[in-house]
Ligand binder design. Sequence first.
Ligand SMILES: *[C@@H]1O[C@H](CO)[C@@H](O)[C@H](O)[C@H]1NC(C)=O
Ligand SMILES: *[C@@H]1O[C@H](CO)[C@@H](O)[C@H](O)[C@H]1NC(C)=O
Ligand SMILES: *[C@@H]1O[C@H](CO)[C@@H](O)[C@H](O)[C@H]1NC(C)=O
Ligand SMILES: *[C@@H]1O[C@H](CO)[C@@H](O)[C@H](O)[C@H]1NC(C)=O
Ligand SMILES: *[C@@H]1O[C@H](CO)[C@@H](O)[C@H](O)[C@H]1NC(C)=O
Ligand SMILES: *[C@@H]1O[C@H](CO)[C@@H](O)[C@H](O)[C@H]1NC(C)=O
Length: 485
Amino acid sequence: MEFPSWVFTLFSSISLCFLLLPVQGGLQTHMGNSHFLPLSQISLPPSPSPEASAPSHEVKASLPPSPSPEASAPSHEVKGSAPSHDSARVFSVLSFGAVGDGVTDDTRAFKLAWDTACQSKSATLLVPDSYSFMVQSIIFTGPCKSSLVFQIEGTVMPPDGPKSWPKGNNKRQWLVFYRVNGLAMQGRGLIDGRGEKWWNLPCKPHKGPNGTTLPGPCDSPVAIRFFMSSNLTVQGLKIKNSPQFHFRFDGCRDVLVDSLYIKAPSQSPNTDGIHIENTNNVKIYNTIISNGDDCVSIGAGCFDVDIRNISCAPSHGISIGSLGNRNSRACVSNISVTDSVIRQSDNGIRIKTYQGGSGSVSMVTFNNIHMDNVRNPIIIDQYYCLTKSCTNQTSAVHISDITYANVKGTYNIKSPPLHLACSDAVPCTNLTFSNIELLPAQGRILSDPFCWNAYGEISTMTIPPVYCLSEGVPYTIPPIDGDQC
Ligand SMILES: *[C@@H]1O[C@H](CO)[C@@H](O)[C@H](O)[C@H]1NC(C)=O
Ligand SMILES: *[C@@H]1O[C@H](CO)[C@@H](O)[C@H](O)[C@H]1NC(C)=O
Ligand SMILES: *[C@@H]1O[C@H](CO)[C@@H](O)[C@H](O)[C@H]1NC(C)=O
Ligand SMILES: *[C@@H]1O[C@H](CO)[C@@H](O)[C@H](O)[C@H]1NC(C)=O
Ligand SMILES: *[C@@H]1O[C@H](CO)[C@@H](O)[C@H](O)[C@H]1NC(C)=O
Ligand SMILES: *[C@@H]1O[C@H](CO)[C@@H](O)[C@H](O)[C@H]1NC(C)=O
């Protein structure tokens, strides 16, 4: 690739700035390698940006820890630690000065290990077994030389709660992977988000005294965020008690999540298991989630998502949305959720949109979902509102081509088993139901299914019967205008 000469002028002045200013240790290892590499470091990420996380005490990194990463690289290699990567180079965080006693700040060692691994071919960054590493908010930046493995065998945890969070550090994210293409994060280790002290500071508006609503400050960190990255595998790990979402993928593609174990208390707010947005070609398989919010949540701009063999218990179920907030446009399509179990949850399979949005949710299939004592097993809510102050509006995200098949089990009679509250302005179309069998977990059937402006087809008899669904297509076809995705 060729750059016009002004790029070099710009670059030289920026490098000069880096040399004059104290910089994070990791950058210096890049400086020697190639003059092109720092361009990726200095490019401004689009909003919301992963903010730089280097706390000020770390920046006097002129002396690398022993053994020095600038010395012969092979000295960092730990042979035979990652079974499946014998031929690849393994960089243990211990070789970069990490202590792993659960107290010492190991951020810098992680950063150095990452930068070194990132600049090597087919490297493995190893977080070894039997250690507990405390690291602050950190951004692992790519692109790297080739795809790499982040092997977590030990425990990784952040500072303990908001009071221990270093001032000036981003409080909305903890471990961030930015512009990384080709990463396998795996191992038998544990990521402990230590969320307990954050949970009183929820993101969402929440109940205050005397029926008031308090605003949500939303400055609790997402545990692991992948941002503008691709070809990612996250496999086998245990992750618990995130202050906020456990995983968030935004602006990513080609993602495989497999065999994770995600756990937080049922009362912990905003602790979504896996949240994706603006992300496509996602596979989420064989994962066990129990938490206090959505098990998996799918935001705007997601398509080609395959979710299979997930257990959500307890949780707030699997959600598409919320979409269309503040009159935004949202497009979600080709989502499939199969062979999954939802137990003791506030919702089962849910599509939620605010009034006033545009765009569409289409081609969604829920197949073979087992419900156990779930409130709202099947729910479409186009009147989603967190503050009670939402007003009726004349546009909505159009919901169409949604298939519910083989959804069986029991529901909590506090709310109807099917709740299809479609927009007044834009009806839901082509909702199809087959082999639905939902019985009350306890007590007698109290409430019938609820439908509003919901059109579609019952392919086979359902239990309970959904008499309220309007057959066929609405007289007024929703305006195509603003609907195209
Ligand atoms: C994706 O990453 C894997 C390793 O995680 C690598 O083997 C593969 O070549 C990568 N594929 C692409 C298309 O980059
Ligand atoms: C809540 O209401 C009670 C009784 O009306 C009142 O005494 C109390 O001051 C109120 N608390 C707040 C925080 O407004
Ligand atoms: C489903 O996921 C669980 C938990 O990871 C796993 O034990 C089980 O073997 C998976 N089932 C299938 C059919 O893959
Ligand atoms: C839907 O997504 C799957 C991957 O989950 C993909 O294989 C398939 O081609 C997509 N279908 C369409 C019509 O794009
Ligand atoms: C909004 O629409 C609903 C359903 O048509 C209606 O019951 C409600 O009164 C409306 N609210 C306002 C504030 O207009
Ligand atoms: C209804 O939705 C299903 C599933 O997405 C699709 O196969 C079918 O073609 C749709 N029917 C109409 C009439 O659009």
